[in-house]
Design a protein around this ligand. Structure first.
Ligand code: 13P
Ligand code: SF4
Length: 308
């Protein structure tokens, strides 16, 4: 490791102790941020950890909807997102006004919102889900109720297929996962014929249909333990290769596509940003009280539902 990086990490550890801070990082963050973090995980795991920690300060290395969820679930804690501008192209596909309008069109529907959404959209929802528990969330809805699923049409299609329930799908998608095509899967299988294919449920139905396993980023770590092959083709943001290689150094992981599987928002936070954030104790993520109260009940209902 470069001397400068080692000095920055030392200073970060010192400030963490002084401020009783904990660093959470999503599985897509750059390797050095994941290695620095106290806890890494998927959206569901990080939400659970944010709600449970007794640290006074949470430094959230991820994107804004994740940090907002942490702020909502842990209102007494200071939640810091080292770079405020880390957004999510999928979350941007739904606004609170649009969800209210959709509710008017479907007054009897249960509104289930994927956590990749703003706090304002969560506040308009009955319950949230992550890719880690979406199937189980849907299974809990009485069979005679209509379901409006916001905002990811691909995750919605996958859940629909897993549960046999018909959902009213919002027309949003993740630009990174939606860009993966069936031909990319076929080409990757041709390159690595012995490998099992694991993809994220934000991928198109034509892609999930060709996969051996479909799971959240946290679920991928568990799937690798469960599946027999030694080689895997991974269809999600390329940051995921780091925790997989760290957890299973005896296995071989290939990205499904050679390029293009990068979420720019997940790559913005550097070690220097984390250091600055701890020194200045900002930028703080805050959600207005009314929105937070309504979003919290949707998030808390989600936390009661086990993983798929
Ligand atoms: P996970 O909940 O599987 O970590 O996914 C989050 C995400 O942003 C996927 O693009
Ligand atoms: Fe959002 Fe897609 Fe990035 Fe995940 S990978 S944070 S869904 S834009």
């Amino acid at each position: 490791m470069h001397d400068d990086a080692a000095a920055i990490i030392n200073r970060i550890q010192q400030l963490k102790r002084e401020h009783r801070a904990i660093i959470l990082a999503h599985n897509y963050e750059p390797p050095e941020i994941q290695d620095l973090a106290d806890i890494t995980g998927d959206s569901l795991g990080l939400s659970v950890q944010a709600a449970a920690t007794d640290a006074g300060v949470i430094v959230f290395c991820g994107v804004s909807f994740m940090a907002e969820s942490a702020a909502i679930l842990a209102p007494e804690k200071r939640v810091i997102l080292p770079r405020q501008e880390c957004g999510c192209g999928l979350a941007d596909t739904a606004t609170a006004a649009q969800v209210r309008e959709a509710r008017r069109r479907h007054p009897d529907a249960v509104v289930i919102t994927y956590v990749n959404s703003s706090a304002a959209v969560k506040a308009e929802s009955d319950i949230c889900c992550t890719s880690g528990n979406a199937v189980n969330v849907i299974k809990r809805v009485p069979a005679d109720r209509e379901i409006l699923f916001v905002p990811d049409r691909n995750l919605g299609a996958w859940v629909q297929q897993q549960t046999g329930r018909r959902l009213i799908l919002w027309n949003g998608c993740c630009p990174v996962h939606d860009a993966i095509r069936a031909d990319d899967v076929r080409a990757a299988r041709a390159r690595h014929p012995e490998a099992a294919v694991i993809v994220h449920p934000e991928c198109r139905p034509e892609v999930t249909a060709l996969a051996d396993a479909v799971c959240s980023t946290g679920g991928m770590l568990a799937a690798v333990d469960r599946l027999p092959p030694r080689e895997f083709i991974i269809g999600t943001e390329e940051g995921m290769l780091h925790p997989l290689r760290r957890a299973a150094p005896d296995r071989i992981f290939h990205p499904l596509k050679m390029n293009g599987m990068i979420c720019a928002d997940m790559k913005k936070i550097s070690l220097v940003d984390v250091l600055r954030a701890l020194e200045k104790q900002e930028p703080v993520v805050s959600v207005d009280q009314d929105t937070a109260v309504r979003a919290r009940s949707a998030l808390e209902r989600m936390l009661d539902v086990p993983r798929n």
